[in-house]
Design a protein around this ligand. Sequence first.
Ligand SMILES: [Zn+2]
Length: 64
Amino acid sequence: MIENKEKDCQGACVLCNSDNLDYGRMKIDGEILWYEYDCNDCGNSGEEHYDVRYSYSTADEPTQ
Ligand SMILES: [Zn+2]
C-alpha cells in the first residue's frame, strides 16, 4: 500500500529526514513548482514543492 505523506522539511527526505538527496529537474505547472528527489539513505523518492511568487517584469527597449 502506498500512502502519500506530506511534511514541511525542505532539503530533507519526507520518510527518513536524510539530507542526502539527489534532485531531479525543476518542474512547473501554473503557480506550483517542484523538484523530484531520490533519497540516497532510505531509497525512497519524493517531491519538494514551492509556491511561485511574482518578482518583477523586464523588457528590452529597442535602441537606434
Ligand atoms: Zn529517505
